[in-house]
Design a protein around this ligand. Structure first.
Ligand SMILES: Cc1cc2nc3c(=O)[nH]c(=O)nc-3n(C[C@H](O)[C@H](O)[C@H](O)COP(=O)(O)OP(=O)(O)OC[C@H]3O[C@@H](n4cnc5c(N)ncnc54)[C@H](O)[C@@H]3O)c2cc1C
Length: 358
């Protein structure tokens, strides 16, 4: 199959989907290519900050996501040895400390809206394998596989919105600098106790951070920092003493943890690192979101940064007759570098908060 579009976007995560939606709304012909068979995902960055909230509102998406289900966080709490030691309340003008938005709801709302524009199209179950260059070295097409069928898509611009292990970034030989933050993360999701209020709760166990994020539809997501690369050896240890540290830290969770986290298999490992590329694009290829700057989970910037990239890039593409990508990327790169520096500072200072408060 052959197709020709203005913009081919590889990766239907929040960044790629939002960019496709905004461009299609403005009559740009867009093809969004996603390798999985739907837009529903679990265990992804799902906490929206005010910046992400404003972008979704500006593009008329927030109301629909709210209908599908989201949850505003009412408190940020610090806990030590099973006791709450500090509570932070939201600024009245903002009214929350982050919003939990299931990524499936976010993507459903974006794709639903995009489908109303005639210049939008998408392929699921389709994996981009190759970039094609013309004689001048300009990238002019992608080759993708849909099952056994090869698809050839010609485009004036190719966007790599294909996440932290970006294929487009590798195929275009764009550099990436990876930073190790000294920890990985174990995720688990369990039903919330009935009297659980929408909150983010933090504690320290053996000097490592555990965070609890209340989720829409009655769940708690647990994020447990472990030493970088330690999971293989941790899994050889008995499970019960490990998980008992969690119930000791948050006794209200005992029943739900005992019911739902019964072995190492009930955790999902996230390889934590951050990365940033020096070059955000070249010769007809542009990267956005995790593909060009993977964030650590600290402060939940991953999702929000991808939405912001899509928003900014769309404005640049729509406003400039001759798209000056490099000057746009320079400004955005500065903002991302500042956020990444802030993440490192927060990670380094996390324990101090408990020493002072304890
Ligand atoms: C397990 C996990 C947990 C996370 N937890 C957090 C968190 O707690 N807080 C936070 O802020 N962030 C978190 N993140 C990061 C957050 O999910 C991302 O920052 C955010 O989703 C980035 O959006 P994106 O659109 O740039 O990329 P992604 O959401 O990664 O989307 C990329 C899409 O590209 C598709 N794709 C990849 N390769 C190809 C290909 N060759 N062809 C076609 N499609 C392709 C993928 O299937 C995917 O749908 C987590 C990420 C992971 C993987």
């Amino acid at each position: 199959m052959n197709r020709k579009v203005d913009v081919c976007i590889v990766g239907g995560g929040p960044g790629g989907a939002l960019l496709a939606n905004i461009l299609a709304e403005n009559n740009v012909s867009v093809l969004l290519i996603e390798r999985t068979n739907d837009f529903a995902k679990a265990f992804r960055g799902e906490h929206l900050n005010e910046e992400g909230e404003q972008i979704l509102k500006q593009h008329g998406l927030f109301e629909r996501i709210e209908q599908l289900g989201l949850l505003r966080m009412e408190t940020l709490e610090y806990w030590l040895d099973g006791e709450k030691i500090k509570t932070i309340e939201p600024a009245p003008a903002i009214g929350h400390l982050g919003i939990h938005v299931p990524q499936a709801h976010l993507l459903q709302a974006i794709i639903e809206q995009a489908k109303t524009y005639p210049t939008f199209d998408y392929f699921l179950n389709t994996t981009v394998k190759q970039l094609v260059q013309n004689e001048e070295g300009q990238y002019t097409a992608v080759r993708a596989l849909q099952g056994n069928n090869e698809i050839y898509i010609e485009a004036q611009l190719i966007i790599g919105a294909d996440g932290r292990y970006s294929t487009v970034r590798k195929l275009a030989n764009l550099d990436v600098t990876i930073r190790n933050h000294g920890y990985d993360l174990l995720w688990a999701r369990i039903p919330a106790p009935t009297d659980w209020t929408p909150s983010i709760k933090m504690t320290l166990v053996d000097t490592m951070q555990i965070s609890l994020f209340t989720q829409a539809k009655g769940y708690v997501q647990i994020g447990w920092n472990i030493e970088k690369g330690s999971y293989a050896s941790l899994r050889k240890q008995p499970f019960s003493p490990f998980v008992e540290k969690l119930t000791k830290a948050f006794p209200q969770l005992t029943h739900s943890v005992n019911e739902h986290i019964q072995s190492w298999r009930d955790f999902v490992l996230l390889d934590v690192f951050s990365s940033i590329s020096e070059q955000w694009g070249k010769d007809g290829v542009v990267l956005i979101g995790d593909a060009v700057h993977t964030m650590t989970p600290t402060g939940a910037y991953g999702l929000n940064s991808s939405l912001m990239d899509a928003h900014i890039l769309a404005q640049m593409l729509l406003q400039n007759e001759r798209f000056d990508f490099m000057s746009c990327a320079t400004e955005r790169k500065k903002q991302i570098s500042e956020i990444q520096a802030m993440q490192i500072e927060k990670e380094q200072k996390f324990q101090d908060a408990f020493v002072v408060l304890g």
